[in-house]
Design a protein around this ligand. Structure first.
Ligand SMILES: CC(C)[C@H](C(=O)O)[C@@H](O)C(=O)O
Ligand code: SF4
Length: 470
């Protein structure tokens, strides 16, 4: 019987089938962070259970951590307690712990791939919705709840109902100044935030085939924002080249064996999906969101749609625009920007900083803008320095912070003040996401850079053109 990529990976991991119920899946890799793991360990202890395979779980601290002065004690007591719990639980059960200040520390979905923990054809879970990021490698990766974290610690398995299948094809190629983030925001704007609920998505087509691993991670990361259980892309040479030689990647004979399996991970030509969409890559513009969910996005040169044109009800739509202080029919170009955030597991990788630097090079940060540039990990931070990107940033009046989730969800001190506007490369623009009352516009690192040097929403293509002509 013909199978999808998802079916192949899923079937390989089914330990037991429950008639009329969920499947029991073996989990290859389990990532944990300080926010969703402490209660799982408490549960484990209260049952007198232990961690079955400690070397399949990896812990990193990211959500609560400060992005300056990481050598100093964390002042917020709740954060300090969660960080301490992660450290002591990891030590007690023999789990690798990459805490604050550790060389390997960083955002869980950035460090997993960097160290080769994320591999094609594997199952990966984490008590975190953006675990979908790892699907970029052709893995089945999804977020789980705290009770499931406890289950995976104890049994290395999880019970899951098989989701429905969806394929999203993007044909052709992307236009000038259009990035993977724009592809993701475009898809969500078409499907809405619930358009993929109950589905696991495979992204296919030339646009994804040509995309780098960083770009594929950005796209898969955002799958969850349209309700999908996860998103994945078939592994290919780009994937193998990225994975090879990393600390936890297979070596020698194990590599050859892994490759033999990975090369089978493609959807069969005649496999059927429950739902399928196809878009033309050349239709996609640099995107920006104007509302309070990631589906409220549009091409940067468009006008904010009228309430009747969008799904979800007029009242909700108007509430959202009121929160943002925007109106139907307005252009986003020229809207004032107070904060710019580059970072998160969506856009905190080296390519994102390269893109940002390509726009700000030779220009100056706008005086009215506070910019937080936060690498996703120490590896990204080191690359920024090695490649001379830090020099470009410093020259343009920017400073670089230390790795962490930061203003993506503002659990640390990086909070956008009430009423202020932020162009953010992260993945959620919900009310208060970046601080109580903060107003978030989601966009790519290029759009963020254009805002950072002009102090307002600007089409990055106009600035890139100037750079080329100069
Ligand atoms: C804290 C965590 C549970 C949460 C998630 O699951 O996504 C966070 O990472 C987020 O992005 O909102
Ligand atoms: S960077 Fe943001 S989206 Fe990613 S794990 Fe951290 S808080 Fe969640």
């Amino acid at each position: 019987m013909s199978k999808t990529l998802f079916d192949k990976v899923w079937d390989k991991h089914v330990v037991r089938k429950i008639e009329g119920g969920p499947d029991v899946l073996f989990i290859d890799r389990h990532l944990i962070h300080e926010v969703t793991s402490p209660v799982a360990f408490l549960g484990l202890k209260s049952r007198g259970a232990t961690v079955l395979y400690p070397n399949r779980t990896f812990a990193t601290a990211d959500h609560n951590t400060p992005t300056i002065n990481q050598h100093l004690p964390v002042s917020d007591p709740l954060s300090a307690n969660q960080l301490k719990a992660l450290e002591t639980n990891s030590a007690e059960y023999g789990i690798s712990h990459w805490g604050l200040g550790h060389q390997k520390n960083g955002i869980v979905h950035v460090v997993g791939p960097e160290y080769g923990i994320t591999q094609p054809g594997s199952t990966i879970v984490c008590g975190d919705s953006h675990t979908s990021t790892h699907g970029a490698f052709g893995a089945i990766a999804f977020g789980i709840g705290t009770s499931e974290v406890e289950m995976v610690l104890a049994a290395q398995c999880i019970m899951q109902q098989k989701p429905k299948s969806m394929r999203i094809n993007i044909t052709g190629s992307l236009g000038y100044g259009v990035t993977p983030k724009d592809v993701a925001l475009f898809i969500i704007s078409k499907l809405t935030t619930s358009g993929a609920t109950g589905y696991f998505v495979e992204y296919a087509g030339e646009v994804f085939e040509k995309m780098t691993m960083e770009g594929r991670m950005t796209v898969c990361n955002l799958s969850i924002e349209m309700g999908a259980r996860g998103g994945m892309i078939a592994p290919d040479q780009t994937t193998y080249d990225y994975v090879q030689g990393r600390e936890f990647s297979p070596k020698g004979e194990a590599w050859d064996k892994a490759m033999a399996y990975w090369q089978t991970l493609k959807t069969d030509a005649d496999a059927a999906f429950d739902k399928e969409y196809t878009f033309d890559g050349s239709e996609i513009e640099p995107m920006i969101t104007y509302g309070t969910n990631p589906g409220m996005g549009m091409g940067i040169s468009n006008a904010i749609p009228d309430a009747e044109q969008v799904e979800g009800g007029v009242a909700t739509y108007e509430k959202s625009l009121n929160y943002m202080g925007f109106h139907e029919g307005e252009s986003m170009i020229g809207k004032p920007v107070d904060y710019v955030f580059v970072g998160s597991c969506t856009n905190g990788r080296i390519e994102d900083f390269r893109a940002f630097a390509s726009v700000v090079k030779g220009k100056k940060k706008a005086d009215n803008v506070t910019a937080w540039l936060v690498p996703g990990s120490h590896i990204v931070e080191a690359q920024i320095k090695e490649e001379g990107i830090l020099d470009i940033l410093t020259e343009a009046g920017f400073t670089l912070r230390q790795p962490g989730c930061s203003a993506c969800l503002a659990m640390n001190d990086d909070k956008v003040p009430a009423g202020k506007y932020a162009v953010s490369t992260s993945n959620r623009n919900f009310e208060g996401r970046q601080g109580p009352g903060a107003r978030t516009m989601l966009a790519s690192p290029l759009v963020a850079a254009a805002a950072a040097v002009t102090g307002k929403v600007t089409d990055p293509r106009t600035l890139l053109q100037e750079t080329v002509e100069a």
